[in-house]
Design a protein around this ligand. Structure first.
Ligand code: LLP
Length: 438
């Protein structure tokens, strides 16, 4: 990555741009995306998975737009040769505005509206991932009306308990996504799609087990169970499933306890697993697809905040904690409050010789849970006006941003070769008031 500490005053440079310049030109808080870092990682995932499955029927890599999406990012992903996964009409609109080729898009969603399905079919999205039995007939009806054959995948719930936060695990039984394997609904869903072959083309099967996962064991179990279904479909329905999408979920390093594998190691590991399972079931290895979001977007970005109030809070005895308030908070990063995420931070505007102090970085919202970084060290002389950066905020921070307390959303900029390129402009008070028509 092109992030370096500048000699002299020690200010951080990202993509060849000094953080002070970013603060002056675009203000704070700002999300700073290192364009080359994002794109290199996108290409690396593409190459790793395409390479690992090249001896078989190949693979496709879809960037999961939900992790962070704007037209600028969609254009990068397009140019770098990935597909993209969108999960709402809004994400689809961004992709289309960016000129993303619809045939390289996949539309997800457990509760797609009629309008979303129609739009996807009208523009010719490459695959619609069906999430329930009733949705099969819903999509088929629209396809018939429009006179098209809808390319569909079926999202299968494999019953895998992924080792991640409860809110982002998605393949155990008692949650809203997918068509259950255990209840026999999965085979029935294949039967129904094949029976509606005038309106539906069965592209393949899909499984996504969760997010921020480090252990390939979950993918192993999921792959085995879905491939068993592929074999069952062959044996009982005489149909060959040509595509298998194993979703995303690859973890990133928020702290030193997180140890992500390289994309190459992940791809090789999953290829070995899939090949072995296919061999045991006497199946041809289907064409694979993967949908990494966090692992591409997350590490590329840091959030730059300006420090405001610093409060020294006594905790009893000799213990105390510096509460360092910044000019954003849970409206631009709710992950700490929502998932107990563990971010770090650094003084990015200068170097300091002061002793390290235990700090908690908090926002400006009216809520004591408005914590961005729970526990970290910063130089004890951190003060109002300092710039503080929180790394690895590229995924699920801006995309989960809100206007809580009528705080405008931050700016998002890309930096590259010493230049600042705006991606999403800062929201203004006028933007907020424009919606209020009372
Ligand atoms: N594919 C599907 C079908 C998904 O549902 C997701 C994420 C992905 C791919 C991408 O997963 P990733 O590679 O980014 O882990 N807001 C939560 C994460 C929610 C993930 C939702 N689905 C968070 O901030 O941790």
């Amino acid at each position: 990555s092109a992030t370096t500490q500048r000699a002299g005053d020690g200010a951080l440079e990202v993509g060849g741009v000094d953080v002070h310049r970013i603060a002056e030109e675009v203000g704070t808080p700002a999300l700073i995306v290192d364009e080359e870092d994002f794109r290199a990682r996108a290409r690396r995932f593409r190459d790793a998975f395409c390479g690992a499955f090249a001896p078989f029927a190949g693979a496709d890599v879809y960037y999961a737009g939900k992790s962070f999406l704007c037209t600028g990012v969609a254009r990068w992903v397009e140019e770098d040769g990935l597909g993209m996964d969108v999960c709402t009409g809004g994400e689809l609109a961004v992709a289309l505005r960016a000129g993303f080729p619809p045939e390289r898009l996949a539309l997800h969603g457990n509760n797609k509206s009629d309008a979303e399905i129609r739009r996807a079919l009208e523009v010719g999205v490459g695959r619609l991932v069906i999430d329930s039995l009733p949705e099969i007939e819903q999509v088929a009806a629209h396809a018939r009306e429009l006179g098209v054959r809808a390319p569909v995948m079926l999202r299968i719930t494999t019953g895998v308990e992924a080792h991640t936060h409860e809110f982002i695990a998605t393949a155990h039984e008692d949650q809203k996504f997918g068509i259950s394997l255990s209840a026999g609904d999965a085979l029935e869903s294949v039967r129904r799609v094949l029976a509606a072959s005038d309106a539906l083309e069965l592209v393949g099967l899909h499984s996504h087990i969760g997010s921020q996962i480090f252990d390939v064991g979950g993918f192993e179990v999921a792959a085995r169970r879905v491939l068993e279904l592929v074999a069952q479909v062959r044996d009982e329905l005489g149909h060959t499933i040509a595509h298998l999408d194993l979703g995303g979920g690859f973890g990133v390093m928020y702290n030193s306890q997180h140890t992500p594998s390289t994309p190459e190691a992940l791809a090789a590991g999953i290829a070995t697993i899939v090949e072995k399972e296919c061999h045991e079931l006497d199946l041809e290895v289907p064409r694979l697809a993967f949908e990494p979001g966090r692992a591409i977007a997350g590490p590329s970005t840091q959030t730059l905040y300006a420090v405001g109030t610093v409060k020294d809070v006594r905790l009893g005895g000799p213990h105390h904690r510096l509460y360092v308030s910044v000019d954003g908070g849970m409206s631009d990063n709710i992950r700490t409050a929502l998932y107990d995420a563990d971010y770090s931070c650094l003084l990015s505007g200068r170097v300091s010789d002061a002793e390290p102090a235990v700090v908690r970085v908090v926002g400006k919202h009216c809520e004591s849970g408005d914590i961005v970084v729970k526990d970290e060290y910063l130089p004890a002389d951190v003060h109002r006006g300092d710039l503080v950066s929180v790394p690895v905020t590229g995924a699920y921070c801006y995309s989960l941003a809100s206007n809580y307390n009528h705080v405008p959303r931050p700016a998002v900029v890309a930096v590259r070769d010493g230049r600042i390129l705006p991606l999403v402009r800062r929201e203004t008070e006028d933007d907020l008031l424009a919606l209020d028509v009372g």
